[in-house]
Write a protein that binds this ligand. Sequence first.
Ligand SMILES: Cc1cc2nc3c(=O)[nH]c(=O)nc-3n(C[C@H](O)[C@H](O)[C@H](O)COP(=O)(O)OP(=O)(O)OC[C@H]3O[C@@H](n4cnc5c(N)ncnc54)[C@H](O)[C@@H]3O)c2cc1C
Length: 254
Amino acid sequence: MVSSGTGSDLQAIKTTAKKQGNSYVINGQKTFITNGQAADLVIVVARTGAPGAKGISLIVVETAGAEGYRRGRNLDKIGLHASDTSELFFDNVTVPPENLLGNEEGSGFVQLMQQLPQERLSLAIGAVASMERAVKITADYTKQRTAFGKPLIEFQNTAFTLAERKTEAMIARVFVDWCVERLVAGDLDTVTASMAKWWCSQKQVETADECLQLHGGYGYMQEYPISRMFIDSRIQKIYGGTNEIMKVLIARSL
Ligand SMILES: Cc1cc2nc3c(=O)[nH]c(=O)nc-3n(C[C@H](O)[C@H](O)[C@H](O)COP(=O)(O)OP(=O)(O)OC[C@H]3O[C@@H](n4cnc5c(N)ncnc54)[C@H](O)[C@@H]3O)c2cc1C
């Protein structure tokens, strides 16, 4: 969970979970939490120890009836309206010590690093599916809409744009399929997952933009699915770790 004011810099997390007697007492706030309005079991990234990565732990909170727990606003996003994105507040929320995820305090950062490649790959998979669909619906649309007496797809610009985007979607799929195999084998590393996340999401946004362009003015209308694909794609470059952070991680391997 992203802490308000922390974001990309995970090690600077401000939410605390302090041991008091036989409990953890959690204080802090989180923002941009997907499905926060509905969630009744949340995993909180909290500081249980000294500054830096080694002081971070993951604590599970059952939110139903938890004293001091409060949901904030369902934030007003430009897209992705099918899921809520919320603020969560923790004001002396008390949980038993067995709610610590794992065996020891201070394992949270390592646990996150172990699981993030899977999350990033899942975003890349969504990106590939979105690219493929954008190309398909745009090919269908440009076959039936005419201008200057012929279907749009017969203009070389239209056909070449779709040919390029179809090629990129195929390249993305092959790479992502290979990443899935590595994940299943248990050896998908952070650098490779970061490559998949940034490149596929970047290509998804470019594809949605170009496919919308090929629809002309109708692409800007909500009743045409490409408009929603355009709006919803934009967040892919930001969440799950921004694409700049992905490049920082990849650059460390150079
Ligand atoms: C719709 C939505 C849903 C989300 N769902 C969740 C969720 O369920 N759980 C969760 O934990 N988080 C969630 N997030 C949070 C998301 O992961 C963060 O927004 C994202 O990691 C970026 O953090 P930030 O918004 O604080 O941006 P900042 O960290 O403030 O970054 C701002 C800009 O600075 C750049 N930047 C920062 N550091 C560096 C650097 N070292 N080098 C180069 N550039 C840098 C960033 O790339 C970005 O362009 C969600 C966000 C949104 C918008």
